[in-house]
Write a protein that binds this ligand. Structure first.
Ligand code: MN
Length: 206
């Protein structure tokens, strides 16, 4: 994802809208990708056309996002976060973390179960709209954080900075059709669709 923002194209999901059933339903996936995500993308490109070009990567933009308007922060964050989120989803049948990341999770949190509890709490307690994250912080340690709206841990406006390894969208648009107000059930279901191999790859790439 280190491409220049002005040159980006909107990508298909890479799997079917029904692939994550029954944990995340097809209608939610379709609306989420083709309407919500597409709108963040379109708004980002519109801003780049009118005020750009944005010939920088998202990582660079986010590292100095405090110098840009909220419109760009919200929409560029929205695009980046969703593209990352789609890549981190895969039907896994409840399987657990793999590779070096699995070991790092055990070392940092004591166990996978304990990590799930901490991450779940961050996702439940995020008031309103936002994201829960597992990040690799600047000290090279794993940390669970959460951000409001479409902010993310790469932005210089958030308190806990780092590289996102795993993210969970807890906006109501991510779960309301199937789970209504039951965000905790959506979070439980999420553990069945985490692409742990992808998260491990992100961890190994530093
Ligand atoms: Mn979303």
């Amino acid at each position: 994802m280190s491409h220049l923002i002005s040159k980006l194209e909107f990508k298909p999901l890479g799997y079917g809208y029904n692939t994550l059933e029954p944990y995340i339903d097809a209608q939610t996936m379709e609306l989420h990708h083709s309407k919500h995500h597409q709108a963040y993308f379109n708004n980002t490109m519109k801003w780049a056309e009118e005020h750009g070009p944005l010939d920088i990567s998202f990582e660079e933009l986010f590292s100095k996002i405090s110098g840009y308007p909220d419109f760009l922060r919200n929409n560029a964050g929205g695009h980046y976060n969703h593209e990352l989120f789609w890549s981190l989803l895969k039907l896994n049948g409840g399987s657990e973390p793999v590779g070096n990341l699995a070991e790092a999770i055990r070392n940092e949190f004591g166990s996978y179960a304990k990590f799930r509890e901490i991450f779940g709490q961050a996702a439940i307690s995020r008031f309103g709209s936002g994201w829960a994250w597992l990040i690799l912080n600047k000290e090279g340690k794993l940390e669970v954080t959460s951000t409001a709206n479409q902010d993310n841990p790469l932005m210089n406006t958030v308190q806990q900075n780092g590289k996102p390894l795993l993210g969970l969208d807890v906006w109501e648009h991510a779960y309301y059709l199937k789970y209504q107000n039951r965000r905790p059930e959506y979070i439980e279901a999420f553990w069945n669709v985490v692409n742990w191999a992808e998260a491990d790859k992100r961890f190994n790439n530093g």
